[in-house]
Design a protein around this ligand. Structure first.
Ligand SMILES: Nc1ncnc2c1ncn2[C@@H]1O[C@H](COP(=O)(O)OP(=O)(O)OP(=O)(O)O)[C@@H](O)[C@H]1O
Ligand SMILES: [Mg+2]
Length: 573
């Protein structure tokens, strides 16, 4: 965390310096007050009262100015620190693999990025000013007490161990609870995140009550833990006050006895001693407060560091220069098990070579591993055995960015962003001209409906693309993929929501507009795959058959089954 403070070191030095100025002014006040009482009020000297009064006002103004400057500098440092930390954390979260994001959970990552960074930032702001303030207040107060009378300092010394013990006791009890609070907050954020994103499904299944119950449970758990911490800390203040008040009684007793027996202690100095004593002991109380913020921030900093320390599971390769056949994709004995391995091996010994410019369709029952297979090409996951090669080079030998630049991938689940349709399409090629954007949309069979929309290409897309139909979303995602420069085009069941006529027009447009790209098209319908150069039939994570439509119709029983069942459905329809 230290490196995030480095750029602001000058403010980290200036803020405490000005804070020292403010505290010094504060420390002078009780002494001046004692002078007013002893040498002004008790001696009936009005001019003395006035001159010391003016000094008090002057010192107060100076102290105030120092305080303001200290506050401004501390804020510049802590806000800058928080800003840089959040940026770094966000960029690290972006670099995590699917597997790592799943492990942390989205809710927890959101809490770490928002609440945890704020906890650390708050501590920095408080520590820069408060730490120095309390130390100077403590030692300054002791010096001033000693100046007044060593007996007062002795009373303070008697009170100190009790205050210290109180602080240590409460902090030891509260510290472990701070991490629990953050974990409970993760729980609330997880339920909230799932339900806000999936609000439509919740409503469709009339599950509001069920989800409200889940949210209430998570929220109640957070509330209960917070209450435990706060109740515990609520005892700390009064306990400190008891010790403080006992010390004040001590000073009054010592002062009273000494005023009578020893002329050196005056009523004004007893008053000043009480104020110094309060400042010293309250300073310790404030230190406890800083310590409390520190323990809270420490728990948060650990959680932030857990993410920052996470090295991307999909790391860049050594960029070996073995590239020979542009646009080819090859699987050599590829097997795959998802991290954690709960579902067992999903792909088994896949051998496959896809030529440049070839269109390979992938068909097979739901859950047979089609998406998993294509996700290994841009390295969303790494094969557990065997090799995946792009352009003749193992995908693990690429810089991830370079590898992904070659590939346009249309995901099975469409993700659009809340900006205009045009910006969504241009996302993979921000400098694309309006003509290029329109051409990509036209090939994706999206141009006509976009032009019909209220503001054409500038029509805003609502969050998650809810303002569009399923087929419209798919076509915008396809246009986005077509516009992004690529050698390899992968459609993961991306035309499932299109009617057969639109789909046929899209396939034709693809062949004409993008003849050089190697195309891998995952689909469920025979109509989608039948014109591909080759069709890969998958069964339970293995290659069951591969060949052209006519050939498979003759040789592959599984393909024949799929064909016959779809023919029956078509006939029934
Ligand atoms: N992230 C994941 N973690 C663990 N298991 C997964 C994950 N994603 C998929 N699986 C499992 O891997 C298997 C293959 O899933 P995959 O998504 O590749 O199937 P698919 O052929 O694309 O199915 P569909 O046609 O329904 O899209 C399934 O049994 C699924 O449960
Ligand atoms: Mg799939």
């Amino acid at each position: 965390m230290k490196k995030y403070l480095k750029p602001y070191w000058i403010f980290c030095v200036l803020a405490p310096l000005f804070m020292v100025g403010e505290v010094c002014m504060d420390l002078l006040q009780p002494d001046l007050m004692a002078q007013i009482v002893d040498k002004g009020v008790l001696a009936h000297d009005v001019s003395r009262i006035l001159s010391v009064g003016v000094k008090m006002i002057l010192f107060t103004a100076l102290g105030g100015l120092s305080g303001v400057l200290s506050g401004v500098f501390a804020n510049i440092a802590s806000q800058g620190f928080g800003n840089d930390l959040r940026k770094d954390l966000f960029s690290r979260i972006m670099s995590l693999s699917f597997q790592q994001t799943d492990r942390f959970t989205t809710g927890s990552l959101v809490t770490r990025l928002s609440n945890d960074t704020t906890q650390v930032q708050t501590f920095i702001g408080l520590a820069i000013r408060g730490f120095v303030r309390n130390i100077v207040m403590f030692f300054g107060g002791v010096v001033m007490l000693l100046r007044l009378s060593p007996r007062f300092a002795l009373v303070a010394a008697c009170g100190l161990p009790f205050v210290g013990a109180t602080v240590v006791f409460f902090m030891k009890k509260a510290s472990p609870l701070f991490r629990v609070v953050q974990e409970k907050l993760d729980g609330v954020n997880n339920v909230m995140q799932e339900n806000v994103a999936g609000a439509r499904v919740v409503k469709a299944y009339v599950k509001e009550d069920h989800e409200l119950g889940r949210f209430d449970a998570a929220n109640d758990a957070l509330c209960a833990t917070n209450l435990r911490v706060q109740t515990l800390l609520a005892y700390m203040g009064p306990c400190m006050n008891i010790v403080l008040n006992l010390c004040v009684v001590g000073v009054i007793l010592v002062g009273g006895i000494t005023v009578k027996t020893d002329g050196g202690v005056t009523p004004g100095s007893v008053m000043a001693a009480i104020t110094y004593l309060s400042q010293i002991l309250m300073g310790i109380g404030f230190m406890a407060n800083i310590f409390q913020t520190f323990t809270r921030a420490k728990a948060s900093a650990e959680r932030v560091n857990e993410v920052l320390r996470e090295s991307p599971a999909i790391a860049d390769g050594a960029e070996k220069e073995t590239e020979t056949q542009t646009g080819t994709v090859e699987f050599r004995g590829v097997s795959f098990t998802y991290p954690g391995g709960a579902g067992g091996e999903v792909l088994h010994g896949i051998d496959l070579r896809i030529r440049k410019g070839e269109t390979l369709a992938v068909i097979g029952a739901t859950g047979c591993g089609k998406s998993t297979l294509v996700q290994l090409i841009p390295r969303f996951y790494d094969a557990t055995a065997g090799q995946v090669l792009v352009d003749g080079r193992d995908v693990r030998d690429y810089k991830t960015e370079e590898l992904r630049k070659k590939i346009s991938f249309v995901m099975q689940k469409t993700e659009l962003y809340s900006r205009s349709i045009e910006e969504n399409i241009r996302w993979g090629k921000p400098d694309a001209s309006p003509e290029e954007t329109k051409a990509a949309a036209a090939a994706a069979q999206a141009d006509a409906f976009i032009c019909d929309a209220e503001y054409g290409y500038y029509t805003p897309v609502t969050e998650g693309g809810h303002s569009l139909s399923g087929g419209q979303k798919q076509r915008i995602s396809i246009a986005r993929a077509l516009l992004k420069p690529h050698e390899i085009l992968i459609f993961d069941d991306s035309t499932s929501a299109l009617d057969l006529k639109t789909e046929a027009a899209l396939t034709k447009a693809l062949r004409e507009s993008d003849p050089n790209a190697t195309k891998i098209i995952v689909a469920q319908r025979i109509a989608t795959v039948q014109h591909a150069d080759r069709i890969l039939v998958m069964e339970n994570g293995s290659v069951a058959a591969i060949g052209a439509h006519e050939e498979l119709l003759r040789t592959s029983p599984i393909y024949q089954d799929i064909y016959a069942s779809q023919l029956r459905e078509g006939g029934a329809a």
